[in-house]
Design a protein around this ligand. Structure first.
Ligand SMILES: [Zn+2]
Length: 554
């Protein structure tokens, strides 16, 4: 492997490596995801430096998993503790999107031939005909990113060692549960405490893409958005259709909450020149199993909510407020419909209670405890009984079992959280270290803009979910409590290593390979930027970052 690489020039090395890596099917969850880590490990081991220092490249087995992360450590010439983490992921999404062409999904040459004659889409055909694009599953997301990091490791190891340390990490399972990065946290912490490494920045090179048609700006990101999954368990009051006017239907409350939250840009964070996603309803059901003339007794819903600057406690407070407003709206509306109806029927309306309690999982548990209800036992038992269910469904069962403990059985909305949880990671204003990272990136891009003719723009939040989220936690314990206290079975059915991540707190850059249509069968990588410009760009920012940190020490 070393022989092949050393006979090639840099851009050719990157292309050769990308093609080799694309040829290895490492679909998330497949056996190939295990094999590819062996391949990368062996490849790095073939570099003369790592032949001499085999202890500097190793595989980390992910606990309760067969998959393994690849690590390689290259000490800097200055014998210092300052370290930059280069990271990428080796898993890809599946190949169902290739349809009849799935036999060629890992064969860039065959795909290129196919798309060069593809008459159904001019842009794809022209890209293929230009010779500048490399097709294949994972070409863009992100085998090419691994290739770029490997090319730089190769150069650093064999020719020009930087002053600071480079730690390379290639993770499994980025496209699903981030098991690779979550496990890597303990290894990163181990190196931090045992070897005394000080991580000044992480550089991910996951793909960047045009933001609109004809956009060829190269966006460089200084952080990653976070993500929470707020869930609402909604208990109404069941009724027969015959007395529907006097009861609260939980599906009405869910519908109102859906309207109030889904795609609501009023409550979406406003950050200049950033791509920001509003809350999205991912799930809305009720508990009816079959037809009968009784209304549903409960409804379940959850939302995808991205966090940029907003902290989890602020988001929780806001979600709770919105749910209160939704519940009030529904209560008032149905009360007035009831009164109108009774008048129309020539009867006197009764004074009914239309209030809907809106509470959090934690508050509700506390309330039940004042009634001496067996809260902990019920949670434990329900979790075991429904261990086979999707974790979110299981959590709904838990909350439902708690609602059944309340003798009052009030109509109620209970907010709780379910997996996944991705912390946000961004450069903070007023943080000197963060300012230096931003400065290093800006200077690098300014210089490159003049030499390469590329147009760059720095943005704060990588627009897709990313492993980089697990490298920092900005919230204090108190702020985080809003999430963790309302997360059923945190630490038992699900957890992320919050304290360890906080001790890492690594600012995360994403300087990505450039491509189009990731996760689609037309996935393709733009070679001129990704292979000829990006490797040098990452080396330049690396050198500036190491320069910065020495100033700081001096
Ligand atoms: Zn990716």
């Amino acid at each position: 492997m070393y022989e092949q690489l050393s006979s090639l020039r840099e851009a050719e090395q990157a292309e050769w490596l990308t093609t080799e890596l694309v040829a290895l099917d490492s679909t998330n969850g497949s056996a190939g995801e295990i094999e590819i880590s062996n391949y990368i490990h062996k490849l790095i081991r073939s570099f003369p430096y790592f032949q001499k220092h085999p202890e500097h490249v190793w595989l980390q087995t992910i606990p309760n998993d067969e998959r393994r992360n690849v690590f390689a450590f290259l000490p800097g010439t200055a014998n210092a503790e300052v370290t930059i983490l280069y990271h990428a992921h080796f898993d890809t999404v599946g190949i169902e999107d290739y349809g009849a062409l799935s036999g060629q999904a890992f064969d860039p040459k065959a795909l290129l031939a196919f798309f060069t004659d593809y008459t159904k889409n001019t842009e794809i055909r022209e890209d293929a005909a230009s010779g500048d694009w490399l097709f294949g599953r994972g070409a863009t997301d992100m085998k090419s990113g691994i290739a770029v990091h490997l090319v730089n490791m190769f150069r650093y190891a064999e020719r020009e060692r930087p002053s600071g340390n480079i730690l390379l990490l290639i993770t499994a399972d980025e496209e699903s549960e981030h098991a690779g990065m979550k496990a890597a946290v303990s290894e990163l912490r181990h190196l931090q405490t045992e070897k005394g490494l000080r991580y000044i920045a992480a550089i991910n090179d996951d793909y960047i893409a045009p933001q609109y048609e004809g956009d060829d700006t190269r966006y460089m990101y200084t952080g990653a958005c976070g993500k929470i999954l707020p869930c609402f368990y909604i208990a109404g009051k069941e009724s027969h259709v015959g007395d529907t006017m006097a009861r609260l239907n939980p599906t009405s409350i869910a519908s109102q909450l859906n309207l109030d939250l889904h795609n609501n840009i009023q409550i979406t964070e406003q950050l200049d020149d950033e791509f920001i996603l509003p809350p999205t309803c991912l799930y809305q059901r009720d508990n009816k199993k079959m037809y009968d003339v009784q209304t549903a007794t409960s409804a379940y819903m959850y939302f995808n909510v991205c966090l940029y600057e907003r902290s989890v406690d602020e988001a929780t407070a806001e979600l709770l407020n919105i749910a209160k407003t939704s519940a009030e709206t529904v209560g008032k509306e149905y009360e007035s419909r009831y009164i109108d109806y009774m008048k129309r029927m020539g009867r006197e309306p009764k004074t009914l209670d239309w209030s809907i309690e809106v509470t959090t999982f934690n508050e509700f548990k506390n309330y039940l405890q004042t009634l001496n209800a067996p809260v902990a036992d019920v949670i434990e038992q329900t979790s075991q009984t429904f261990a086979h269910l999707d974790i979110r469904e299981r959590f709904f069962k838990i909350v439902e079992a708690l609602q059944a403990l309340d003798p009052a059985r009030k109509p109620r909305v209970i907010l709780f959280f379910a997996p996944p949880f991705l912390p946000h990671n961004y450069l903070e204003e007023g943080n000197q270290n963060h300012a230096r990272v931003l400065e290093a990136l800006s200077e690098t891009l300014d210089v490159s803009e003049k030499i390469s003719g590329e147009t760059y723009r720095i943005r704060r939040f990588f627009p897709f979910i990313s492993d980089s989220s697990y490298l920092a936690i900005h919230e204090s314990d108190d702020e985080l409590a809003a999430l963790l206290d309302n997360f059923p079975r945190w630490g038992e059915d699900y957890a992320i290593p919050v304290d360890e991540i906080r001790k890492l707190n690594i600012p995360a850059l994403n300087m990505g390979v450039y491509g189009k249509d990731a996760h689609q069968w037309s996935e393709r990588l733009y070679k001129p930027f990704s292979f000829r410009v990006l490797p040098g760009l990452i080396r330049d920012v690396t050198a500036r970052l190491f320069g910065n940190s020495y100033e700081r020490q001096g």
